[in-house]
Design a binder for this molecule. Structure first.
Ligand SMILES: Nc1ncnc2c1ncn2[C@@H]1O[C@H](COP(=O)(O)OP(=O)(O)OP(=O)(O)O)[C@@H](O)[C@H]1O
Ligand SMILES: [Mg+2]
Length: 398
């Protein structure tokens, strides 16, 4: 869910709650529990803060059940239209909320996350990122298994464009929450979209802190993904620093179960150079070790004065738990992306088509053409183009 507090409160909820509220008020005096219910419903509808919404919603469930268990509000000879409407509304509201109780998205508790399944999924779906996969799994499994984590988990994904940074975050979200990126526990911030104007920095800072606080209060195991963090005002990252630190709680809120993922292209040049050097030396890319990149990566982020991270106290104070490097993808990986994209469209893989799309990618070093400049990023668009235009507009070709 992208910066949206109220998307899970549908129009239907509001309508039912409001109707119940009005009808409930008609019985004010005669049935005080209905007026309480009406007031709570209205508060839940209009509350701007998620914690209050959640609290009211949970009280509401019990009140509705209580109402349903109480004797009917009228005797048979009093039965008239308002009473019938009342019954209908209460029945509908009760049913709706009962459904919500039983189907409400539930985030998995730490032990419930199936780490082997996550690992298998990463192995199957993510190509050419042996370091990113293993570090992510290590970081997440240690964190999720530890019921007494001392701080929130903070991972920083670095690397060139189109190499899978967003892709892996999406897979993580899918394994932690059934609704993945649409989950109400997953919050994505894109610097250029959500914090575009430097002059509004102070306002963004306050808003950001409120978002984090509100969401962690609603669910401790919230995920926050900060995209394009290299384009973010350095001070904004510093603003979330307290939530990543070793505090038991801040103003009564415990942030130590939350997960923060920072995505950026920082260190991309360094990682590309490293991959090229390994390739030129005839070594396998799988032999690139974390130690080959880790120190340089944090240093490069720290020293680059154009990057949001550069003087951030997150790095200074070691609040980032894992630096996760993404290597530039080779042509063989891009071909794998193309094949998967073809299969996802329900088509049969045609190696000629795969070559056409792959050859349309820009590669480097200039003479050797080994690494894809944009990774797998343009695969989907280019494949669509070839399917629609180059091959006589026959999108269902084999
Ligand atoms: N390593 C990979 N393995 C499999 N598919 C990949 C990989 N990298 C990228 N892709 C595919 O390319 C798409 C774009 O990748 P993604 O958005 O994750 O790139 P990114 O690293 O976040 O790039 P940017 O730095 O430009 O934001 C993904 O949705 C996925 O389909
Ligand atoms: Mg991205």
């Amino acid at each position: 869910m992208i910066m949206n507090y109220t998307s899970h409160d549908s129009l239907a909820t509001s309508c039912i709650q409001r109707i119940l509220g009005i009808v409930g008020h008609q019985y004010l005096g005669r049935r005080p529990e209905f007026s309480t219910f009406a007031i709570l419903s209205a508060v839940a509808c209009d509350s701007p803060t998620p914690p209050l919404q959640e609290q009211v919603a949970s009280m509401e469930k019990w009140l509705v059940l209580l109402c349903l268990l109480l004797p009917a509000p009228v005797t048979p000879d009093e039965l008239d239209l308002p009473a019938a409407v009342f019954g209908l509304c209460l029945g509908t509201g009760g049913y709706y909320i009962w459904k919500r109780i039983t189907t409400e998205e539930r985030h998995k508790e730490p032990g419930e996350v199936d780490i082997p399944a996550l690992q298998e999924d990463l192995e199957k779906r993510v190509f050419g990122q042996h370091l990113a996969k293993s570090i992510t799994i290590r970081g997440l499994s240690d964190f999720l298994k530890n019921e007494n984590s001392k701080k929130a988990l903070a991972m920083s994904f670095h690397g060139p464009t189109g190499t899978g940074k967003n892709f892996i975050s999406q897979i993580i979200a899918q394994h932690l929450y059934p609704e993945g990126m649409n989950s109400k526990y997953v919050h994505q911030f894109v610097s250029t979209l959500h914090f575009p104007h430097v002059q509004h920095f102070d306002m963004y800072k306050v808003q950001l802190q409120q978002w984090i606080r509100g969401n962690v209060t609603a669910s401790k195991r919230s995920i926050f993904i900060f995209d394009e963090v290299d384009k973010m005002h350095p001070g904004l990252i510093d603003a979330i620093k307290p939530y990543l630190d070793y505090y038991e709680h801040i103003e009564g809120v415990d942030y130590r179960k939350a997960i923060f993922i920072f995505l950026s292209n920082m260190g991309a040049d360094l990682l590309s150079q490293l991959a090229v050097d390994f390739w030129k030396a005839g070594k396998l890319r799988e032999d690139i070790k974390l130690s080959d990149v880790e120190n340089q990566l944090s240093l490069s982020a720290f020293n680059n004065t154009n990057d949001g991270f550069w003087h951030s106290s997150l790095i200074e104070q070691n609040l980032i738990d894992f630096y996760v490097p993404f290597l530039p993808l080779e042509q063989q990986h891009v071909r794998m992306c193309i094949r998967r994209e073809i299969m996802d469209r329900g088509l049969i893989i045609d190696e000629e088509l795969v070559s056409q799309v792959a050859n349309d990618m820009t590669e480097y070093p200039e003479d050797e053409h080994v690494f894809s400049l944009k990774g797998c990023k343009a695969v989907s668009t280019k494949l669509r183009y070839y399917l629609l235009h180059v091959n006589d507009g026959t999108p269902d070709r084999p």
